[in-house]
Design a protein around this ligand. Structure first.
Ligand code: S3P
Length: 434
């Protein structure tokens, strides 16, 4: 149980470099592993999720050395992975699981995947079913992990995705590059495009059409290792963007944050709500980055629908927090995917925010929040529900309250942001969290 800070009177100040992007760190390991030659990753995210990916590829026979945030991968090529002697532990990581399924489905050996309790409740048929249409032989357990993959030769597919999910899209791309013919994937809505951009940087030929949802994947590319600096994770910067917006008298600079347009939904939403964020030192080579300068602001309520969700999917608990301080009624819909994240994030946000007396109502696919109603703390023991992003959102909420709150399951931050509480202490006047 971690003690959270109570009301911050002096605001958040200074500069912060958040850890490397989780999505890009996972992909850096995976794509480096199946390339020829060495890939070096700088500013790799050394959190539990990405370490699950790193260990899995070591088990698949890829030499990988890590020295702090620098990772060297000696790529074995698209057909050079080796069968693991033991089942592969996916930990808590949905990204590791779904992407690796697409990759291992086309290898010439068998694999078994398992994960922790939370991951073992998350849906896997969304990946195994379309992969089966490509000839994959994957046996999931009632639609969940554990999964057994009997590696096969795969054929091409023309497929319309049933969910707006970058993880599913990426799994299919990783299968499609091993197929016999070009494949076409059509997304429901555009989702994060790191797989397409990064695989092309390694030498693949993946084209996204002008409609932004049709993706053509050419098979059997020659992938060659690269040197890659992972940008700061927008999804980690988001906690500080929201904290500095909501805590009066704040002005904070977040250095070198990834601002790929498929990830910046929070910035657009903040601007519409009246938030103050200025972009500086933008660098558009490869994955774009910028420094973000954020200051406190009074907020207006907002309505958000399905089309906007993929670019802000991981930040929606924070959007709910912004709405809980905006001057009126906000509505977030089309976000049913939140129910199948590390926990049911709709239920978890409603349950925990209600403890703080926030006027929030659960919808099947989102929330309605009346930010004009004052908060009144009803329970001081909060719970992360074992979910990193819920835990960090609650820690930010506590900065706005006079009461001393406690957080059960605070260690869940290790999944994506092990230094979170130290970084929060460094930009506030909090000495340290205990
Ligand atoms: C991710 C995609 C998103 C996101 C997850 C990481 C990725 O999941 O929520 O944290 O790296 O591809 P979905 O694509 O399933 O929505």
């Amino acid at each position: 149980m971690k003690k959270l800070s109570d009301k911050l009177k002096t605001g958040l100040h200074g500069e912060l470099s958040v850890p490397g992007d989780k999505s890009i760190s996972h992909r850096g390991i995976m794509f480096g592993a199946v390339s020829e030659g060495r890939t070096t990753l700088h500013h790799f995210l050394t959190a539990e999720d990405c370490l699950s990916t790193l260990k899995a590829f070591q088990q698949l026979g890829v030499p990988i050395k890590r020295d702090g945030e620098t990772v060297e991968i000696e790529g074995v090529g698209l057909h050079g992975l080796k069968q693991s002697g033991n089942p592969l532990d996916m930990g808590n990581s949905g990204t590791t699981t779904r992407l690796i399924m697409g990759l291992l489905a086309g290898q010439n050996f068998d694999s078994t995947l398992f994960g922790d309790d939370s991951l073992s409740k998350r849906p896997m048929k969304r990946v195994s079913e379309p992969l089966a249409e490509m000839g994959a032989d994957i046996c999931v357990t009632d639609g969940h992990l554990p999964a057994r993959i009997h590696g096969q030769k795969l054929h091409a597919i023309d497929y319309q995705l049933k969910v707006a999910s970058a993880q599913v899209k990426s799994a299919l791309i990783l299968a499609a590059i091993q197929a016999d013919q070009p494949s076409t994937l059509i997304e429901k809505l555009p989702t994060r495009n790191h797989t397409e951009k990064m695989l092309n940087a390694f030498g693949a030929n993946i084209q996204t059409m002008a409609d932004n949802v049709t993706i053509k994947v050419n098979p059997q590319p020659k992938l060659t290792g690269i040197d890659l600096t992972v940008p700061g994770d927008m999804s980690s910067a988001a906690f500080f963007l929201v904290a500095a917006t909501l805590v009066p008298n704040s002005k904070l600079t977040l250095k070198n944050v990834g601002v790929n347009e498929t990830r910046t939904g929070l910035l657009s939403i903040l601007k519409r709500m009246g938030g103050k964020v200025i972009e500086r030192h933008r660098n558009d080579s490869g994955e774009p980055t910028a420094d973000l300068v954020v200051s406190s602001a009074e907020l207006k309520p907002i309505e958000i629908g399905a089309e906007e969700i993929p670019a802000v999917i991981d930040e929606l608990p924070l959007v709910a927090l912004l709405a809980a301080k905006a001057n009126g009624i906000s509505k977030i819909t089309g976000a049913g995917e939140l129910r199948v994240k590390e926990t049911d994030r709709i239920a978890a946000v409603v349950q925990e925010f209600s403890k703080l007396g926030i006027a929030i109502r659960e919808l099947p696919d989102g929330f309605v929040i009346d930010g004009a109603k004052p908060w009144h703390v009803e329970k001081t023991k909060l719970d992360s529900h074992g979910d990193h992003r819920i835990g960090m959102t609650l820690a930010i909420a506590s900065l706005l309250l006079d009461e001393q709150l406690q957080l059960n399951g605070a260690e869940s931050v290790n999944i994506s942001y092990p230094e979170f509480f130290d970084d929060l202490a460094s930009v506030t006047n909090i000495e340290s969290y205990s």
